[in-house]
Write a protein that binds this ligand. Structure first.
Ligand SMILES: Nc1ncnc2c1ncn2[C@@H]1O[C@H](COP(=O)(O)OP(=O)(O)OP(=O)(O)O)[C@@H](O)[C@H]1O
Ligand SMILES: [Mg+2]
Length: 272
């Protein structure tokens, strides 16, 4: 697969395909823990993402597939489930703008952006896309399909190695067209409210998903400190969003409202 972790596509014993990343990969075991935490949090927030799990390998496996050498050491690996059969169906890393605009769960990019700023993701966020069949039919009687985005690869949250950094446009997807429906705080506030409501429980759930084998390879103290900081950061999400909105690189092309919480009472009267 593409990417710095040297991920590999594997069909596991359950018959499903997984993109597998290994402990000790060039991005560090921290990246697996970060990805597991972020995917668990995304799931809690109903932000489309793959099912993630551990993939256990009993004995080292090696081989060559279409001239690509494959190797998996014995141990516990990170598995990101591939939503469709990758041999039969296409999965896209990028979509041209007019096709991207048709993505069924386009609003999930706004949720992911807010969660990424909260989680201090310092990487450019990634998503993969696939078509899925619906029960509907078009006017010609042909079954209709929708295009679904799944948000992946959050190996660099919590400031990558658990040393938080703030970047002015952190968490922003490469094509700003995904935020076309974001016009005011009313489009952002529900996501922030959801994180404030379920954030602490989502963090606890995420911790439980991390296998002991990975924790042995990292600094447990640094991870605990990072997760405590993550919980405290729930309260600064509105500020993190304000700084993005105010920045010259704001991705919200159609933003048309002043932050109501930043307005004086007389400005509020004028705007009503
Ligand atoms: N669940 C998934 N379904 C389909 N494809 C996936 C999935 N997870 C990852 N991929 C594919 O595998 C590639 C590598 O995965 P990922 O981006 O997580 O690895 P990485 O090495 O950490 O990447 P990076 O160098 O961007 O940090 C992705 O670019 C994507 O093409
Ligand atoms: Mg990647």
């Amino acid at each position: 697969m593409r990417g710095r972790s040297r991920a590999q596509l594997v069909q596991a014993g359950d018959g499903n395909y997984y993109v597998v990343k290994s402990p000790g990969n060039p991005q560090g075991t921290e990246s697996l823990i970060n990805d597991m935490i972020a995917m668990t949090i995304f799931k809690s927030l109903s932000i489309g993402c793959p099912r993630v799990t551990t993939v256990e390998v009993d004995a080292p496996m090696s081989g060559v597939y279409e001239s690509v050498p494959l190797y998996l050491a014995a141990g516990v690996h990170f598995g990101s489930a591939v939503a469709v059969d990758p041999i039969e169906q296409s999965i896209y890393d990028f979509l041209p703008a007019p096709v991207l605009a048709r993505v069924w769960n386009l609003d999930s990019f706004t949720g992911a952006l807010i969660a990424d700023r909260w989680m201090a993701n310092i990487d450019t966020p990634q998503a993969v896309f696939h078509f899925t069949q619906t029960s509907g039919r078009d006017s010609a009687g042909i079954p209709t399909r929708i295009l679904v985005a799944l948000h992946i690869d959050r190996g660099e949250i919590l400031g990558k190695k658990w040393r938080f950094k703030e970047a002015p446009t952190a968490g922003v997807y490469i094509d700003h067209g995904v935020y076309v429906r974001v016009r005011s705080w009313a489009d952002i506030a529900p996501w922030i409210g959801q994180i404030e409501k379920i954030g602490p429980a989502a963090i606890s759930k995420a911790i439980k998903a991390i296998p002991e084998a990975w924790l042995r390879e990292v600094s447990r103290n640094a991870l605990d400190a990072a997760l405590e900081q993550l919980e405290r950061r729930i309260h600064i999400i509105p500020d993190l969003m304000r700084s993005l909105i105010a920045s010259p690189n704001s991705p919200f092309r159609r933003w048309r409202e002043t932050d109501p919480t930043a307005m004086t009472p007389s400005q509020l009267d004028d705007s009503t």
